[in-house]
Design a binder for this molecule. Structure first.
Ligand SMILES: NC(=O)c1ccc[n+]([C@@H]2O[C@H](COP(=O)([O-])OP(=O)(O)OC[C@H]3O[C@@H](n4cnc5c(N)ncnc54)[C@H](O)[C@@H]3O)[C@@H](O)[C@H]2O)c1
Length: 490
């Protein structure tokens, strides 16, 4: 059955409701039912880590290759964050922005104009209501759909795009529950389309440097990582409209703090540490434990700002301000992941990787190297004592410049010009689109998207149940045991 055939629509809606209750893949959207995150079913601790059997006929996509193409045609849904992808794709010689989509007409028109100015070609505009994206993804001249909308829309938009033959690039969390993550994996395997997570932090200068070193064995045996997303987002700009979490337009993020109790933005730090450790390719998450602090941030902000037109005034915030989760991997490694976006604290993603021969720590960047580290990247005459940071400040900058990741070497000048979080957005977009152009597997796969996103549900489960360990689902269904890390080269 084509669920969106006119006659099937009403039955399909019912199916969507059942799927939301945990009955599988069919929770694709409907024009009449806006996804409601408060209605999602969360699994109990006893079965949250269970591996869902692969449906008959589905095939893994971890090494999926596709036909190389000269031009990659993209459509972009959600034009706040999506603006960075518009700019990036328009600046990429082998990409074309065919269509832009947002509920808000002004945003869509503005981005179409950005593309026209850059390329001379005006993309088709889809705007005006929350289901108009279905028309865009039904076009037959789009290869990649960027999904940069609130998270509750990610699953329906990505699955429908893949069903209609497109690769779906998802802006960070691919699902709000473990079941939604499984649905995305199953859809990618069923339709044989790529579904990478747009985790731009994996393409930052420091992160690519650490990855480059880790892949060369510089850190020795990897044992531990620390990461997170600590970003005070209470205030952005001036006046009540500038308060990210009280702004009506961004209320989807605030709403999660009324229904979830764990890490509500898990992938920025976790993605990079997972890449260093080869999670999904040589190692896998085994279980997670999670604790949350009391909640003060949003409640006190609301008291201070007293928004009179805002729907937050009667909301009860149940999500602790600081969440700390610890993940144990199959190889015995440990990863600490933190989240706090409502405390007065300077920005950090942690970015610490510790091995038997070296430790890198970010914010600020420091590198401690063991006296016995015999890496060919090092001067054998150098005296080192690992109680001190061997390289920091200018010394580290020099070492980083000498050992820059080849991808960054190739794209550094261009990415600084195009911009987006200091250029890393463009490095990511260029690389992922280039993978599709070449027909090779993108560096970030649907298994990464699901594994990293699932911490949202797992940490929530652990916190609710008194911080018990919860088993981590293996979205590769055992594939991690034999898969080798992807190269990520220029
Ligand atoms: N990787 C990063 O650095 C980064 C930074 C910011 C946001 N994000 C991600 O980007 C996504 C969007 O975040 P944001 O901050 O831009 O949110 P936002 O609420 O500011 O903007 C979302 C946009 O999507 C549009 N939209 C919502 N529902 C839609 C629908 N059904 N059809 C078409 N358009 C729709 C809205 O009108 C709005 O313009 C999220 O997944 C977020 O996590 C990532």
């Amino acid at each position: 059955m084509d669920p969106l055939e006119p006659g099937n629509r009403r039955d399909f809606l019912k199916l969507g409701v059942l799927a939301g209750l945990g009955f599988g893949l069919s929770a694709i959207p409907s024009a009449e039912a806006k996804p409601d995150p408060s209605q999602l079913k969360h699994r109990a601790a006893a079965d949250i880590g269970a591996i869902r059997p692969r449906p008959a006929g589905n095939k893994p996509v971890w090494n999926l290759t596709t036909k190389p193409q000269e031009k990659i045609r993209v459509g972009i849904i959600g034009l706040n964050r999506g603006r960075t992808h518009v700019i990036s794709a328009a600046a990429t010689p082998f990409a074309e922005v065919v269509a832009v989509c947002d509920i808000l007409d002004d945003r869509a028109k503005e981005q179409a104009e950005v593309v026209r100015k850059q390329t001379g070609k005006t993309p088709i505009i889809y705007s005006g209501d929350e289901n108009v994206w279905e028309k865009m993804v039904a076009r037959d001249d789009i290869d990649v759909v960027y999904v940069a909308t609130p998270w509750e829309w990610h699953k329906p938009m990505a699955i429908r795009s893949m069903e209609l033959g497109k690769h779906a690039f998802i802006e960070v969390n691919c699902g709000l529950t473990v079941d939604e993550c499984w649905d995305i994996v199953d859809a990618s395997e069923k339709y044989q389309r790529h579904c990478p997570i747009l985790e731009n932090c994996c393409y930052g200068e420091e992160e690519l440097f650490v990855l480059n070193l880790a892949r060369q064995g510089f850190f020795g045996d990897l044992k531990h990582g620390e990461c997170g997303y600590i970003h005070d987002q209470r205030v952005s700009g001036t006046g009540p409209k500038g308060y990210t979490f009280l702004d009506a337009q961004r209320e989807w993020r605030r709403n999660y703090a009324t229904i979830l109790q764990g890490n509500v933005y898990p992938t920025h730090g976790l993605g990079t540490i997972s890449q260093y450790m080869g999670i999904g390719r040589g190692d896998a998450f085994k279980y997670a434990v999670s604790v949350s602090s009391p909640e003060f941030g949003l409640s006190q902000l609301r008291e201070r700002v007293k928004p009179d037109r805002d729907r937050s005034k009667d909301q009860k915030f149940v999500c602790g301000d600081m969440n700390t989760s610890i993940i144990k991997t199959e190889l015995g490694r440990t990863i600490v992941v933190q989240h706090d976006n409502t405390s007065p604290r300077p920005y950090t993603r942690g970015n610490l990787l510790s091995g038997s021969l070296a430790t890198f720590a970010g914010y600020p960047n420091r590198l401690a190297i063991d006296a016995d580290n015999t890496s060919p990247l090092l001067d054998p005459k150098e005296k080192r004592h690992s109680h001190d940071w061997t390289y920091e400040g200018d010394k580290l900058k020099k070492f980083m410049a000498t050992n820059m990741h080849p991808l960054l070497k190739k794209l550094m000048v261009e990415s600084k010009k195009v911009g987006g979080h200091g250029g890393m957005d463009h490095v990511m977009n260029h690389r992922l689109l280039d993978c599709v152009r070449q027909g090779i597997t993108p560096d970030l796969t649907v298994y990464d998207a699901a594994g990293w996103s699932a911490l949202l549900d797992l940490s929530d489960r652990s916190v609710r149940d008194g911080s018990i360990p919860v088993a981590y689902p293996d979205f590769t269904r055992g594939g991690w045991k034999t898969l080798k890390p992807l190269p990520i080269v220029s």
